[in-house]
Design a protein. Structure first.
Length: 135
């Protein structure tokens, strides 16, 4: 690449500018998906990270372990395990979405990127708890 090519390249849009509708053109399927993604669990994670009321609702059970009755411990442990699993899968899904979009745009070759991305998506899709299946 030359300096001229770099400086004359179209700037990659930010997420908000990519998702912004002009009102006249309908959103593409990619934009609809990413809108759902950002308004869905991305917003939930922001709430968790910033300890908003909605964020604390999702995680409060983890801060109240002393209030769990002995007969409820199994249900508590299952709830915490489910929350952690869902969080980890969602955490992995976001960079996977980004990598897939970058690969679809740039079409890098030589290292089986498409195959590898497909393998990871297949693993996610085969998981009954895959969060995007429930959006």
């Amino acid at each position: 690449m030359t300096d001229t090519e770099v400086t004359s390249a179209k700037i990659w849009p930010t997420m908000s500018s990519y998702l912004r509708s002009d009102g006249a053109t309908p959103l593409t399927p990619h934009q609809q998906f990413l809108t759902k993604l950002t308004l869905g669990f991305w917003q939930e994670y922001s709430g968790i990270a910033h300890a908003t009321f909605q964020g604390l609702i999702a995680t409060a059970i983890c801060y109240t372990t002393d209030k769990v009755m002995p007969e409820e411990e199994t249900k508590f442990d299952d709830a915490v395990e489910t929350m952690l699993f869902t969080s980890m899968v969602r955490f992995a899904a976001i960079p996977l979405c980004i990598l897939t979009e970058v690969q679809a745009h740039c079409r890098f070759g030589g290292t089986r990127i498409n195959e590898r991305l497909h393998e990871v998506w297949t693993c996610f899709a085969n998981s009954k708890n895959f969060p995007i299946n429930h959006m």
